[in-house]
Ligand binder design. Structure first.
Ligand code: NAD
Ligand code: UGA
Length: 479
């Protein structure tokens, strides 16, 4: 028998729930897709009249939301009503690292997932397929199943219920989410009941070639997601560790990356050295893997993966330290221009952004930061730095010291951020930073000045007409 899905509910309207459901709605016009969230403010933004106000900036997302919203794609806070109507429910809620209690600092906090499972158990009716879309520790499906089974044993009086649980982790990367969803390398579906797995497969088959849809057992699927992120993050820590060695020896990390990346066994992707990986998932997922490994008594495995995170943290502070060193050992009262605050280009997400760590370090050293980002809002930066903005810094020309140390301001324009500063630091690889006229910058910056290209996106030739000192990550030839 084939289960035909007509109504989907996605719990969680975040960076995964929103784009993922938009792409399903676009490709499956006959399925009603309801995205629900307890955060009313977020839902209001998803329903904004002005499409530019939707809460997530992601290339291509606006167009899909514009096309499908109000047709087969709806955003609401009616969690109960939407669960009740759905024959397939995606759990796409946040799974951050636990802050306290057992496993604090490493294990995933599953309280939001558990709440969802209980709500599904309480409100759903008939046969429902529950899909884990959130990234979860191996064996979480067991917890969800236990909660759902309790609902089956004590069915509510109105109707009987039956569930199947699937794992369908999401591999999209922010900034390219729509591209990744429309043309994924693979779709992974883990489960026990082949009929339920086929019901989900049928949805993806509307736009994903069949051979890219992989079926595994549920535990492999859960573990594969954590492993994929750990392997990706491991490559970044590996190349960042080599960048430090390049700077010390005169080698150039781009050349080293090119040389090793042509080995087909290694491959060329994910070898860009930068300020250290950010984003909401790499650190939390590796720490989760560390916790699980320790839990199963595999301490060497845990230590191996933990070193990826340790290196990343060290690398971020290394960048802050070398900036201070280059600026004659002190940045107290100096204006420093920060270009880019999001954790990578093409997203407004700042979670775990390397810019947060580096800016905090520089503020601690007494710097006055002028921060520019084309998509991140000033209130988000204020939250991330836990320091109120001092907008007066932007009027600063020469009298640096009259402002108290360790302040920051938001700059709407790049030039406004650069004006009168001692250094410019490129922390996010936004395309607009590649077009800066460095010859003109020479005239508005305080010399001797440094440009720190921590993303390696600038070209050395553009500096030939300027008297600026250029530092590039991992470039031992210009140190
Ligand atoms: P997010 O914080 O942006 O969104 C989660 C949303 O769930 C929030 O809006 C929150 O209000 C809502 N929520 C929490 N509990 C709820 C409940 N009981 N009922 C209704 N809504 C509830 O998180 P995200 O970035 O979308 O990540 C979600 C999951 O997907 C995480 O497990 C993450 O690891 C995984 N993931 C994220 C990415 C990414 O690029 N961000 C990629 C792949 C996988
Ligand atoms: C990452 C994975 O790439 C996705 O497959 C996964 O679904 C997602 O995590 C998740 O589970 O949340 P994301 O964090 O959105 O996606 O973005 P990435 O492109 O992986 O970048 C992560 C960080 O690594 C960024 O700070 C980025 O600048 C940095 N990075 C990436 C480098 O420093 N060098 C590289 O070569 C690549």
């Amino acid at each position: 028998m084939q289960t035909k899905i007509k109504n989907i509910c996605c719990i969680g309207a975040g960076y995964v729930g929103g784009p993922t459901m938009a792409v399903i709605a676009k490709n499956c016009p006959n399925i009603a897709v309801n995205v629900v969230d307890v955060n009313q403010e977020r839902i209001n933004l998803w329903n904004s009249k002005n499409i530019d106000d939707i809460p997530i900036y992601e290339p291509g997302l606006h167009e899909i939301v514009k096309k499908c919203r109000g047709k087969n794609l709806n955003f609401s806070s009616d969690v109960k009503g939407c669960i009740k109507k759905a024959d397939m429910i995606f759990i796409s809620v946040n799974t951050p690292t636990k802050k306290k209690g057992i496993g604090a600092g490493k294990a995933s906090d599953l309280k939001w997932v558990e709440v969802c499972a209980r709500e599904v158990a309480q409100y759903s009716s008939g046969y429902t397929i529950v899909v884990e879309k959130s990234t979860l520790p191996v064996k979480t499906a067991e917890v969800i199943k236990n909660i759902l089974e309790a609902a089956q044993i004590y069915p509510n009086t109105e109707h009987s219920v039956k569930f199947d649980v699937l794992s369908n982790p999401e591999f999209l990367a922010e900034g390219s989410a729509i591209k990744d969803l429309e043309n994924p390398d693979r779709v992974l579906i883990g489960g026990e009941n082949i009929e339920a797995m086929n019901a989900l497969t049928n949805i993806y088959e509307k736009w994903v070639p069949k051979e890219k849809i992989l079926h595994t057992n549920i535990w492999s699927s859960e573990l594969a997601k954590l492993t994929a992120n750990a392997f990706l993050a491991q490559r970044i820590s590996s190349i960042n560790s080599i960048s430090a060695l390049c700077e010390a020896t005169g080698a150039d990390v781009r050349e080293v990356a090119r040389a090793i990346g042509t080995d087909t066994r290694i491959g060329s992707k994910f070898l860009d050295s930068g300020p250290g990986f950010g984003g909401s998932c790499f650190k939390k997922d590796i720490l989760n893997l560390v916790y699980l490994s320790n839990h199963y008594g595999l301490n060497e495995v845990a230590n191996f993966w933990e070193s990826v995170v340790t290196l990343n943290t060290w690398h971020q502070h290394r960048i802050s330290q070398l900036i201070v060193k280059k600026l004659f050992g002190t940045i107290t009262g100096k204006k420093i221009c920060i270009l880019g605050f999001s954790f990578k280009e093409n997203t407004n997400d700042t979670r775990e952004s390397a810019a947060i760590t580096i800016c905090k370090d520089l503020l601690e050293e007494g710097a006055l930061l002028a921060i520019h980002d084309p998509k991140v809002e000033r209130k988000q930066i204020e939250k991330d730095l836990s320091t109120k903005e001092n907008p007066n810094i932007k009027f600063l020309e020469s009298n640096m010291y009259k402002y108290s140390e360790g302040n920051w301001c938001y700059a709407e324009e790049i030039n406004e951020a650069i004006q009168g500063s001692d250094a410019v630091i490129v922390l996010t690889g936004w395309g607009i930073y590649k077009n800066i006229d460095w010859g003109k910058v020479t005239k508005i910056i305080r010399r001797p000045a440094w440009v720190f290209d921590v993303r390696s996106i600038l070209s050395k030739e553009d500096f030939e007409e300027s008297d600026l000192n250029l530092w590039m990550i991992g470039d031992g030839s210009i140190i």
